[in-house]
Design a protein around this ligand. Sequence first.
Ligand SMILES: NC(=O)c1ccc[n+]([C@@H]2O[C@H](COP(=O)([O-])OP(=O)(O)OC[C@H]3O[C@@H](n4cnc5c(N)ncnc54)[C@H](OP(=O)(O)O)[C@@H]3O)[C@@H](O)[C@H]2O)c1
Length: 313
Amino acid sequence: MKVVIPGGTGQVGTILDRALTADGHDVVLLTRSPKGERQVHWDGSTLGDWAKQINGSDVVINLAGRSVSCRYTAENLEAMMSSRVESARVVGEAIAEAARPPKVWLQMSTATIYAHSFDAANDEYGGLIGGGEHGVPGYWAYSVKIAQNWEVAQEQAATPYTRKVALRSAMVMSPDRSGVFDVLSWLARLGLGGPVAGGRQYVSWIHDQDFARAIRFLIERDDLAGAVNLAAPGPLPQREFMRELRSAWRMPVGLPASRWMAGVGAFAMRSDTELLLKSRRVAPGRLSDAGFTFAYPHWRTAAADLASRRRRG
Ligand SMILES: NC(=O)c1ccc[n+]([C@@H]2O[C@H](COP(=O)([O-])OP(=O)(O)OC[C@H]3O[C@@H](n4cnc5c(N)ncnc54)[C@H](OP(=O)(O)O)[C@@H]3O)[C@@H](O)[C@H]2O)c1
Protein backbone atom coordinates (compact mmCIF):
# COMPACT_ATOMS: atom_id res chain seq x y z
CA MET A 1 0.00 0.00 0.00
CA LYS A 2 0.99 3.61 -0.37
CA VAL A 3 0.62 5.34 3.01
CA VAL A 4 0.87 9.14 3.27
CA ILE A 5 1.60 10.56 6.73
CA PRO A 6 1.23 14.35 7.02
CA GLY A 7 3.13 15.47 10.15
CA GLY A 8 4.93 12.12 10.12
CA THR A 9 8.37 13.43 11.17
CA GLY A 10 7.59 13.52 14.91
CA GLN A 11 7.43 10.91 17.66
CA VAL A 12 4.29 9.09 16.54
CA GLY A 13 5.21 9.38 12.85
CA THR A 14 8.58 7.75 13.55
CA ILE A 15 6.81 4.76 15.16
CA LEU A 16 4.39 4.37 12.25
CA ASP A 17 6.96 5.00 9.54
CA ARG A 18 9.19 2.30 11.05
CA ALA A 19 6.34 -0.22 11.46
CA LEU A 20 4.61 0.33 8.11
CA THR A 21 7.87 0.46 6.15
CA ALA A 22 8.90 -2.83 7.80
CA ASP A 23 5.55 -4.25 6.61
CA GLY A 24 6.64 -3.47 3.06
CA HIS A 25 4.42 -0.44 2.46
CA ASP A 26 5.49 2.63 0.53
CA VAL A 27 5.45 5.39 3.19
CA VAL A 28 5.62 9.10 2.27
CA LEU A 29 5.86 11.82 4.93
CA LEU A 30 4.52 15.35 4.42
CA THR A 31 6.62 17.91 6.29
CA ARG A 32 7.43 21.62 6.29
CA SER A 33 11.16 20.76 6.13
CA PRO A 34 11.70 17.78 3.84
CA LYS A 35 14.91 15.73 4.01
CA GLY A 36 15.40 12.79 1.68
CA GLU A 37 13.25 11.47 -1.09
CA ARG A 38 10.45 9.97 1.04
CA GLN A 39 9.64 13.37 2.52
CA VAL A 40 7.52 15.83 0.56
CA HIS A 41 7.02 19.52 1.29
CA TRP A 42 3.70 20.92 2.43
CA ASP A 43 2.78 23.89 4.61
CA GLY A 44 0.02 22.22 6.61
CA SER A 45 -2.65 24.69 5.53
CA THR A 46 -2.87 25.21 1.76
CA LEU A 47 -3.26 22.86 -1.19
CA GLY A 48 -0.12 22.41 -3.27
CA ASP A 49 1.88 19.93 -5.27
CA TRP A 50 1.89 17.61 -2.24
CA ALA A 51 -1.77 16.75 -2.93
CA LYS A 52 -0.52 14.56 -5.82
CA GLN A 53 0.81 12.20 -3.13
CA ILE A 54 -2.71 11.75 -1.74
CA ASN A 55 -4.20 11.03 -5.16
CA GLY A 56 -3.80 7.29 -5.73
CA SER A 57 -2.65 6.55 -2.19
CA ASP A 58 -4.34 3.84 -0.10
CA VAL A 59 -4.11 5.28 3.39
CA VAL A 60 -3.66 8.78 4.85
CA ILE A 61 -2.69 9.19 8.52
CA ASN A 62 -2.62 12.86 9.50
CA LEU A 63 -0.53 13.55 12.62
CA ALA A 64 0.32 17.22 12.07
CA GLY A 65 0.03 19.63 14.94
CA ARG A 66 2.18 22.01 16.98
CA SER A 67 3.57 20.13 20.00
CA VAL A 68 1.37 20.44 23.12
CA SER A 69 4.41 20.19 25.35
CA CYS A 70 4.89 23.93 25.63
CA ARG A 71 3.85 26.85 27.80
CA TYR A 72 0.20 27.55 27.25
CA THR A 73 0.61 31.17 26.16
CA ALA A 74 -2.14 32.70 24.00
CA GLU A 75 0.17 32.46 20.98
CA ASN A 76 1.01 28.79 21.57
CA LEU A 77 -2.62 27.84 22.23
CA GLU A 78 -3.63 29.50 18.96
CA ALA A 79 -0.87 27.61 17.11
CA MET A 80 -1.92 24.33 18.76
CA MET A 81 -5.48 24.89 17.55
CA SER A 82 -4.82 26.24 14.05
CA SER A 83 -2.09 23.73 13.11
CA ARG A 84 -4.49 20.86 13.87
CA VAL A 85 -7.71 22.25 12.43
CA GLU A 86 -6.07 23.72 9.32
CA SER A 87 -4.06 20.59 8.52
CA ALA A 88 -7.12 18.34 8.94
CA ARG A 89 -9.16 20.69 6.73
CA VAL A 90 -6.57 20.80 3.93
CA VAL A 91 -5.99 17.02 4.05
CA GLY A 92 -9.76 16.69 3.62
CA GLU A 93 -9.64 19.05 0.64
CA ALA A 94 -6.86 17.04 -0.98
CA ILE A 95 -8.82 13.80 -0.51
CA ALA A 96 -12.00 15.44 -1.84
CA GLU A 97 -10.19 16.61 -4.98
CA ALA A 98 -8.37 13.32 -5.62
CA ALA A 99 -9.44 11.39 -8.71
CA ARG A 100 -8.39 8.21 -6.86
CA PRO A 101 -8.99 8.93 -3.17
CA PRO A 102 -7.53 6.74 -0.40
CA LYS A 103 -9.77 4.08 1.08
CA VAL A 104 -9.18 5.31 4.63
CA TRP A 105 -8.17 8.53 6.38
CA LEU A 106 -6.96 8.09 9.95
CA GLN A 107 -6.94 11.49 11.61
CA MET A 108 -5.09 12.00 14.88
CA SER A 109 -7.21 13.29 17.74
CA THR A 110 -6.52 12.81 21.45
CA ALA A 111 -7.79 11.06 24.56
CA THR A 112 -7.59 14.51 26.18
CA ILE A 113 -11.03 15.10 24.66
CA TYR A 114 -12.50 13.23 27.66
CA ALA A 115 -13.30 14.79 31.02
CA HIS A 116 -10.91 14.84 33.98
CA SER A 117 -12.15 11.66 35.62
CA PHE A 118 -11.31 9.35 38.53
CA ASP A 119 -14.34 7.05 38.39
CA ALA A 120 -15.53 5.03 35.43
CA ALA A 121 -13.19 4.93 32.46
CA ASN A 122 -14.32 6.94 29.45
CA ASP A 123 -15.04 4.87 26.35
CA GLU A 124 -16.45 6.04 23.03
CA TYR A 125 -20.04 5.10 23.89
CA GLY A 126 -20.86 6.86 27.14
CA GLY A 127 -17.58 8.60 27.91
CA LEU A 128 -17.90 12.12 29.21
CA ILE A 129 -16.42 14.77 26.94
CA GLY A 130 -14.45 17.35 28.93
CA GLY A 131 -14.78 21.10 29.13
CA GLY A 132 -17.52 21.32 31.74
CA GLU A 133 -15.72 19.90 34.78
CA HIS A 134 -15.82 21.71 38.11
CA GLY A 135 -12.75 22.26 40.24
CA VAL A 136 -10.21 22.22 37.41
CA PRO A 137 -8.43 25.20 35.85
CA GLY A 138 -10.71 26.87 33.30
CA TYR A 139 -8.05 26.82 30.59
CA TRP A 140 -8.11 23.00 30.47
CA ALA A 141 -11.34 23.38 28.49
CA TYR A 142 -9.28 24.82 25.63
CA SER A 143 -7.45 21.51 25.06
CA VAL A 144 -10.84 19.80 24.80
CA LYS A 145 -12.00 22.49 22.34
CA ILE A 146 -8.90 21.86 20.21
CA ALA A 147 -9.71 18.13 20.11
CA GLN A 148 -13.35 18.78 19.25
CA ASN A 149 -12.55 21.24 16.47
CA TRP A 150 -9.91 18.84 15.14
CA GLU A 151 -12.50 16.06 14.88
CA VAL A 152 -15.11 18.40 13.38
CA ALA A 153 -12.64 19.41 10.65
CA GLN A 154 -12.43 15.76 9.64
CA GLU A 155 -16.17 15.11 9.99
CA GLN A 156 -17.00 18.10 7.77
CA ALA A 157 -14.71 17.05 4.93
CA ALA A 158 -16.68 15.95 1.87
CA THR A 159 -14.87 12.68 1.20
CA PRO A 160 -17.62 10.15 0.40
CA TYR A 161 -15.28 7.45 -0.92
CA THR A 162 -12.91 7.51 2.04
CA ARG A 163 -13.62 5.95 5.43
CA LYS A 164 -12.78 8.36 8.25
CA VAL A 165 -11.46 7.40 11.68
CA ALA A 166 -10.55 9.83 14.49
CA LEU A 167 -7.74 8.44 16.66
CA ARG A 168 -8.40 9.39 20.28
CA SER A 169 -4.96 8.36 21.39
CA ALA A 170 -3.53 8.27 24.88
CA MET A 171 0.21 8.96 25.40
CA VAL A 172 2.17 6.73 23.05
CA MET A 173 5.08 5.15 24.92
CA SER A 174 8.12 4.31 22.80
CA PRO A 175 11.81 4.00 23.69
CA ASP A 176 12.79 6.69 21.16
CA ARG A 177 14.70 9.75 22.31
CA SER A 178 12.67 12.84 23.31
CA GLY A 179 9.36 10.96 23.44
CA VAL A 180 7.20 11.05 26.56
CA PHE A 181 8.61 7.74 27.87
CA ASP A 182 12.14 9.11 27.49
CA VAL A 183 11.31 12.28 29.44
CA LEU A 184 9.48 10.41 32.24
CA SER A 185 12.30 7.85 32.41
CA TRP A 186 14.85 10.63 32.74
CA LEU A 187 12.92 12.06 35.72
CA ALA A 188 12.54 8.60 37.26
CA ARG A 189 16.26 7.85 36.92
CA LEU A 190 17.10 11.17 38.60
CA GLY A 191 14.98 10.09 41.58
CA LEU A 192 12.34 12.69 40.71
CA GLY A 193 9.68 10.27 39.47
CA GLY A 194 7.37 10.28 42.49
CA PRO A 195 3.70 11.10 42.86
CA VAL A 196 2.71 14.56 41.65
CA ALA A 197 0.06 16.41 43.68
CA GLY A 198 -0.82 13.16 45.49
CA GLY A 199 -0.73 11.06 42.30
CA ARG A 200 -4.42 10.08 42.28
CA GLN A 201 -4.86 11.32 38.71
CA TYR A 202 -5.07 8.54 36.14
CA VAL A 203 -2.54 8.09 33.35
CA SER A 204 -3.74 6.55 30.10
CA TRP A 205 -1.05 5.22 27.82
CA ILE A 206 -0.43 2.83 24.93
CA HIS A 207 2.71 0.83 24.10
CA ASP A 208 4.23 1.79 20.73
CA GLN A 209 3.87 -1.72 19.29
CA ASP A 210 0.20 -1.86 20.27
CA PHE A 211 -0.28 1.58 18.74
CA ALA A 212 1.17 0.36 15.42
CA ARG A 213 -0.89 -2.85 15.63
CA ALA A 214 -4.06 -0.84 16.29
CA ILE A 215 -3.33 1.32 13.25
CA ARG A 216 -2.94 -1.78 11.06
CA PHE A 217 -6.19 -3.13 12.53
CA LEU A 218 -8.05 0.12 11.76
CA ILE A 219 -6.68 0.18 8.21
CA GLU A 220 -7.94 -3.35 7.58
CA ARG A 221 -11.31 -3.18 9.31
CA ASP A 222 -13.64 -1.56 6.77
CA ASP A 223 -16.50 -1.62 9.26
CA LEU A 224 -14.87 0.80 11.72
CA ALA A 225 -15.37 4.54 11.27
CA GLY A 226 -15.66 7.55 13.59
CA ALA A 227 -13.93 8.06 16.94
CA VAL A 228 -11.82 5.20 18.28
CA ASN A 229 -9.87 5.25 21.58
CA LEU A 230 -6.27 4.08 21.36
CA ALA A 231 -5.37 3.39 24.97
CA ALA A 232 -4.29 0.27 26.84
CA PRO A 233 -7.07 -1.24 28.97
CA GLY A 234 -4.98 -0.66 32.11
CA PRO A 235 -4.83 3.08 32.89
CA LEU A 236 -3.58 3.59 36.45
CA PRO A 237 -3.11 6.37 39.02
CA GLN A 238 -0.02 8.47 38.41
CA ARG A 239 1.66 7.38 41.67
CA GLU A 240 1.38 3.69 40.62
CA PHE A 241 2.35 4.51 37.06
CA MET A 242 5.57 6.15 38.29
CA ARG A 243 6.23 3.37 40.81
CA GLU A 244 6.19 0.83 37.97
CA LEU A 245 8.39 3.04 35.84
CA ARG A 246 10.91 3.42 38.67
CA SER A 247 10.92 -0.31 39.16
CA ALA A 248 11.58 -0.83 35.42
CA TRP A 249 14.67 1.38 35.88
CA ARG A 250 15.53 -0.18 39.27
CA MET A 251 15.34 3.20 40.93
CA PRO A 252 14.18 2.84 44.54
CA VAL A 253 13.53 6.53 45.22
CA GLY A 254 10.93 8.82 43.70
CA LEU A 255 10.60 12.20 45.35
CA PRO A 256 7.00 13.37 45.54
CA ALA A 257 6.12 16.76 44.08
CA SER A 258 3.38 19.07 45.28
CA ARG A 259 1.13 20.96 42.86
CA TRP A 260 3.25 24.12 43.05
CA MET A 261 6.48 22.14 42.58
CA ALA A 262 4.91 20.57 39.48
CA GLY A 263 4.16 24.10 38.31
CA VAL A 264 7.79 25.14 38.75
CA GLY A 265 9.02 21.92 37.09
CA ALA A 266 6.66 22.28 34.14
CA PHE A 267 7.74 25.92 33.76
CA ALA A 268 11.41 24.90 33.80
CA MET A 269 10.71 22.25 31.16
CA ARG A 270 8.74 24.79 29.08
CA SER A 271 5.63 22.68 29.48
CA ASP A 272 2.26 22.90 31.25
CA THR A 273 0.92 21.20 34.39
CA GLU A 274 -2.25 20.07 32.58
CA LEU A 275 -0.14 17.27 31.09
CA LEU A 276 0.69 16.07 34.64
CA LEU A 277 -2.45 16.83 36.59
CA LYS A 278 -5.42 16.04 34.35
CA SER A 279 -6.85 12.63 35.21
CA ARG A 280 -7.14 10.71 31.96
CA ARG A 281 -9.04 7.48 32.53
CA VAL A 282 -9.80 6.13 29.09
CA ALA A 283 -10.90 2.66 27.92
CA PRO A 284 -10.47 1.12 24.46
CA GLY A 285 -14.19 0.31 24.08
CA ARG A 286 -14.52 0.05 20.31
CA LEU A 287 -11.15 -1.61 19.68
CA SER A 288 -11.87 -4.29 22.28
CA ASP A 289 -15.41 -4.85 21.00
CA ALA A 290 -14.03 -5.26 17.49
CA GLY A 291 -11.74 -8.06 18.71
CA PHE A 292 -8.45 -6.17 19.03
CA THR A 293 -6.21 -7.57 21.75
CA PHE A 294 -3.35 -5.72 23.35
CA ALA A 295 0.11 -7.31 23.53
CA TYR A 296 0.82 -4.93 26.45
CA PRO A 297 -2.40 -4.39 28.41
CA HIS A 298 -0.56 -3.75 31.72
CA TRP A 299 1.88 -0.95 32.45
CA ARG A 300 4.31 -3.12 34.46
CA THR A 301 5.20 -5.35 31.50
CA ALA A 302 5.00 -2.47 29.03
CA ALA A 303 7.40 -0.33 31.11
CA ALA A 304 9.81 -3.26 31.54
CA ASP A 305 9.86 -3.86 27.77
CA LEU A 306 10.31 -0.17 26.95
CA ALA A 307 13.12 0.28 29.49
CA SER A 308 14.93 -2.80 28.22
CA ARG A 309 14.65 -1.64 24.60
CA ARG A 310 15.85 1.81 25.68
CA ARG A 311 18.87 0.28 27.44
CA ARG A 312 19.73 -1.66 24.31
CA GLY A 313 19.59 1.64 22.38
N1 LIG B 1 2.78 11.59 21.25
C1 LIG B 1 1.68 11.19 21.86
O1 LIG B 1 1.73 10.42 22.83
C2 LIG B 1 0.32 11.67 21.37
C3 LIG B 1 -0.84 11.23 22.01
C4 LIG B 1 -2.08 11.67 21.53
C5 LIG B 1 -2.13 12.56 20.48
N2 LIG B 1 -0.97 12.98 19.90
C6 LIG B 1 -1.05 13.89 18.75
O2 LIG B 1 -0.51 13.20 17.65
C7 LIG B 1 0.18 14.09 16.78
C8 LIG B 1 1.59 13.58 16.58
O3 LIG B 1 2.22 13.50 17.86
P1 LIG B 1 3.80 13.52 17.99
O4 LIG B 1 4.12 13.19 19.39
O5 LIG B 1 4.39 12.75 16.87
O6 LIG B 1 4.05 15.06 17.79
P2 LIG B 1 5.42 15.77 17.31
O7 LIG B 1 6.58 14.89 17.61
O8 LIG B 1 5.38 17.14 17.91
O9 LIG B 1 5.22 15.83 15.72
C9 LIG B 1 4.16 16.54 15.15
C10 LIG B 1 4.49 16.87 13.74
O10 LIG B 1 3.57 17.90 13.31
C11 LIG B 1 4.23 18.78 12.46
N3 LIG B 1 3.87 20.16 12.80
C12 LIG B 1 4.21 20.85 13.91
N4 LIG B 1 3.71 22.09 13.86
C13 LIG B 1 3.06 22.18 12.67
C14 LIG B 1 2.35 23.22 12.01
N5 LIG B 1 2.22 24.43 12.56
N6 LIG B 1 1.80 22.96 10.79
C15 LIG B 1 1.95 21.73 10.23
N7 LIG B 1 2.64 20.74 10.79
C16 LIG B 1 3.17 20.95 12.00
C17 LIG B 1 5.72 18.59 12.61
O11 LIG B 1 6.24 18.23 11.35
P3 LIG B 1 7.27 19.15 10.51
O12 LIG B 1 7.94 20.07 11.49
O13 LIG B 1 8.20 18.15 9.90
O14 LIG B 1 6.44 19.87 9.51
C18 LIG B 1 5.88 17.44 13.57
O15 LIG B 1 6.75 16.43 13.12
C19 LIG B 1 0.12 15.47 17.46
O16 LIG B 1 -0.90 16.20 16.85
C20 LIG B 1 -0.21 15.14 18.90
O17 LIG B 1 -0.94 16.16 19.53
C21 LIG B 1 0.25 12.56 20.31
